[in-house]
Design a protein around this ligand. Sequence first.
Ligand SMILES: [Zn+2]
Length: 495
Amino acid sequence: MSPQPRNLGELRRSPWSEEKIAQRTVRQELRENLLAKMEKGEALFPGVHGYDDTVIPQIVNALLSRHHFILLGLRGQAKSRIVRGLVSFLDPQVPVVAGCEINDNPYRPLCRSCRERIAEEADLTPITWLSRDHRYVEKLATPDVTIADIIGDVDPIKAARAGKNLADELTIHYGLLPRANRGIFAINELPDLAGKIQVGLFNIMQEGDVQIKGYPVRMALDVLLVFTANPEDYTARGKIITPLKDRIGSEIRTHYPATVAEGMSITAQESWTSRDGKRRVEIPEYVREVVEEVAFQAREDKRVDRRSGVSQRLPISTIENVLSNAEQRAVRSHDSAVVARIGDVYAAIPAMTGKFELEYEGEMRGAENIARELIRAAVGKTFTKYFASANFQSVVQWFEMGGELKVPSNASSAELLGQLKKIQGLFEHLDALGVRSKDDAALQASAAEFILEGLWAHKRINRSEERGFFAEARKTPEPRDPREPSGRAPRRQFN
Ligand SMILES: [Zn+2]
């Protein structure tokens, strides 16, 4: 390829000719590049999981329609990742007038200084190149954001120095939106933006002009506007002004992962679990499932505030803490391998409690207790998945005959394994978890502990802080409850 043009004359004779670039808006550019990517079959939003049939097709439609759009969703639904991912649909580089604060298109300069410069220097007007990463501007809306922040301000000092009238464009100190000219401007939590700024945005989208401190300023900006909002704020409080809402071409709803498996792949991608120590590190699949299931349980729990949602950051932070607890134990007890256990999930409660808001009933119970109950329910559900038809009668019997097992939280794998081996019939079930008798102690101990935790979750055996796992001694002989021919305690159903 020929070297990049350095001035307007070279630009005219290059592939970035006036014919090609002058009329090409950002939204047209996004549309063309998106079409090209789809034709090549490229991944559109790498790293975004679970949206292939729902959110992504709607975003594609919005972009093909050249719409400004809004993503509506609760926290932790990858909204920011999607919005930032739009940058990959921009050209690698675009030409701009050198030194222009608002990235003026050399063929269509907006600001007066560029217009004057081009009139004066003509084909010798210098050009610089803007990479796509510099064409993305993001702002979190808060009530104290001002018109000056977003759109701009008239600068009296600049005006005085230049001897200009205040309304002259040369005196404007540009805000974030004009600086995003020829790029993507994202505003997160749009309803938190003051009404008069929303009006300003609307005016720019509608008419290309806006008033700053009473002075009309013309700004026919070329941007893609993308917003995000929490649907509760958006509909219930209605804080997006109607004319602005009306100008947002598409309204796209995001969602949490639909299945535990989808959630697990997001969590695996986003969490730091490779670690850097000398030990082999492993988080068994059932532990990952339990962690993910905690988030699913929380999202359905009536005691957890649904309007604020339960972010995907809950399982992400939790799995990191789970592994850290396993790491801590392995190092202290000089185990050679770091293998996570269900006990580590309980130790990771500090990574959970800040990630959900509680309703009144939940507040009364306390975040930590709620977290424990969520974990227990998650263990129960995961356990059922692996052991729907397994018979644990002999294990339960061992406890009913007076067996007790107290697992110190820092016990080494070998120690724990030695204890667990005493329980009749327990180890024959490890197969269902893919664990074999030749596997190392850490893996076997983790799997066996999961089974005991599962039996406790289903109330087949007891567990307490002081005694560990145990069972009330069976009172025999005693007439059985006719509704329970098997003589088992009723299984608690988890949904
Ligand atoms: Zn300019």
